[in-house]
Design a protein around this ligand. Sequence first.
Ligand SMILES: [Zn+2]
Length: 449
Amino acid sequence: MKKLILLCLILIADFQQVQAADFPFTLHKLQSGVEGPTILIIGGIQGDEPGGFTAASLLVTDYEITRGEVWVVPNLNFESIIKRSRGVYGDMNRKFLDIPVNDPEYQTIRKIKSIITDQQIYMILNLHDGSGFYNSKYVDKNENPRRWGQSIVIDQATIESEAFGNLEVIARNAMRSANTKTNSNREKFRLKNTRTREGDKEMEKTLTYFAIKNGKAAMGVEASKSYPTGRRIFNHLRFVEAMFDEMGIEFKRDFQLSARSIERKLGRDIQLVMFNNKILYDFDTPRKRINYVPIQKNSTIEFRTNNPLIAIINSAQSFKVRYGNRGFTTLKPEYFDYDNSLTEVPMEVDGVKLQVSIGSMVRVSQNFMIQPMHGRRVNVIGYRKSGQRNESGLLIHKKQISSRFSVDKQAEKFRVEFYKGERYSGMILIDFSNKSKLKAAAKKLMPAS
Ligand SMILES: [Zn+2]
């Protein structure tokens, strides 16, 4: 099972000068088509809490909802996530009571408020990474009433609502079920009721209390920062899944729910499609740097990806690709005018004749040949035969391509680029790995809601 969604971000700006508006958050509606309740899951309200925002992004990329609906905003404070900052413009989770019109996050807050108050939403989970371990009794410096980690935070025990108004009971039920999945006493979730209405001036400014005041059930989920990211994500997901069960939302996922298997998934299987299918890179693990990327002259960078934590930042003659708060790869550009007249390429793949769409990936086990095309030059990046300017009509084996020119560290994926005179017409990606199926990744990317 694999889901591809489209993020369309257009961005060309210096890293230092970007605005919140340059990194809009995305809303992903995971719809089952089967009637049931809708929950909204939010990650990344603070940029330095990767457990929460990565857990939310995994819901988007790796879960299928089979009853009810799950709406996910995995990257609410996307700019702060990318910049590894708690909040580039201050703490976003204190801006829900009132916010000056000139605040750089004014529009972001407006947009998320309108999603929270959507009539379809009955429950909101705001995913955080919190310090230490919450305990209503003082145990030690790291586990006491002032800590937040491994707690489910509610503002009050009940709210007036058509459904799920019994916040404390629902939270306790989901916690009990989630807590069966760990043997560590410290790791078990505990309930923290901030009793916000009784005069907690700080908590009054938060997202969850805004939701509560609007008659929506809402909770904070705090995974402990004492754990590494994979384990925090695991803790988030086991509570989120328990809440799905509690609400009657059904789902499937194609990985085992453990910290180790989650860790292995992070930053894997990422596709980057640029300039309307003119460039396709598909990575399991990308090289640190990809050279000679044929970027369109005098154009803003336009890209789509299957992962909501991917961002591209223009920085000092190169394009830095980020996966959340981590560096992913760097694209070194070469600038070209584009030619839009090529849509398909005639190929022979392992002896079979095919028409391959520009911007797709082709699996090859032995060899391939690009059939000569009138007026087109073919460049197999890294192909070693010297003195050959046009590499069409040649039967090419993997061993004839220099492995360091692959886009991936495993040296299995290679670029074939097409040119018309000096203009760039597009590329296809050759995949020599034997595990993946033939796929036209660019074609499967679908619009996000
Ligand atoms: Zn937080």
